[in-house]
Design a binder for this molecule. Structure first.
Ligand code: ADP
Ligand code: MG
Length: 214
């Protein structure tokens, strides 16, 4: 990892984000954050590969929050996760990271939950939607979720989403997203199938691979 700066202050994040990171006790970036965040903030598509616990959520979460235009109340970022539990964890971490930025709305939309309240919540709007591919696809198909203003698409734990049979739903969601967007893909492993998806849906992605979490 030559010449990689590891202090969050090096990134030039929005001041509120920097201050909140301090209050959360986040001072040093983990290796995957240090290697991926400069490219993410520069607007590049990024493939991040690193094992569980390496800090992938804050890597894409800070990228999403730093790019967000809070005054525009529309879905600007969509994060897809393999399970409801993971989606809930990701939403919780993004809310923690966003604590200093007022009025950021993060909504989770997952399978196995009643449909009606989700429609209602989607009608009320959000800046960031976190969900599982099947349910998100269904909401798009039924016009409950408008992706026309989306500028960031995050595929978290992409390998597990495929293992869980979400390939078709993933394709449908990606096809519904605007072509002009930033796409971030995170995965613990990088099998051929993920590589194929990346080739198809990402533009000149920066590949970041980190072996250890510290
Ligand atoms: P992954 O998605 O790679 O499995 P997580 O994003 O869930 O990992 O992060 C693992 C834990 O590390 C979380 O509890 C998170 O709050 C914490 N964490 C992430 N980045 C940092 C950091 N730079 N400094 C301190 N703690 C961090
Ligand atoms: Mg994770």
């Amino acid at each position: 990892m030559p010449d990689t700066q590891t202090a969050f202050s090096f990134l030039g994040l929005q001041l509120e984000l920097q201050q909140n990171l301090k209050s959360l006790g986040y001072t040093e970036m983990t290796p995957i954050q240090a290697e991926s965040l400069p490219a993410i903030i520069a607007g590049r598509d990024v493939i991040g590969q690193g094992k569980t616990g390496s800090g992938k959520t804050a890597a894409f979460g800070l990228g999403v929050l730093n790019a967000l235009e809070v005054k525009r109340f529309c879905v600007q970022a969509l994060v897809l996760c393999p399970t409801r539990e993971l989606a809930d964890q990701v939403a919780k971490e993004i809310r923690r990271l966003a604590r200093a930025i007022h009025n950021i709305k993060v909504l989770t939309v997952c399978g196995g939950m009643p449909f009606g309240p989700q429609i209602n919540s989607l009608e009320h709007g959000a800046h960031i939607v976190v969900g599982t591919p099947g349910r998100v696809e269904e909401h798009i198909r039924k016009n409950n979720l408008d992706l026309s203003q989306l500028s960031m698409l995050v595929l978290d734990e992409a390998d597990r989403m495929l293992e869980m049979g979400f390939a078709e739903a993933l394709d449908a969601v990606i096809d519904a997203a605007p072509l002009k967007r930033q796409t971030l893909l995170f995965s613990a492993t990088y099998p051929a199938k993920i590589e194929q998806i990346a080739k198809r849906v990402m533009q000149e992605p920066v590949l970041v691979k980190v072996e250890s979490s510290h």
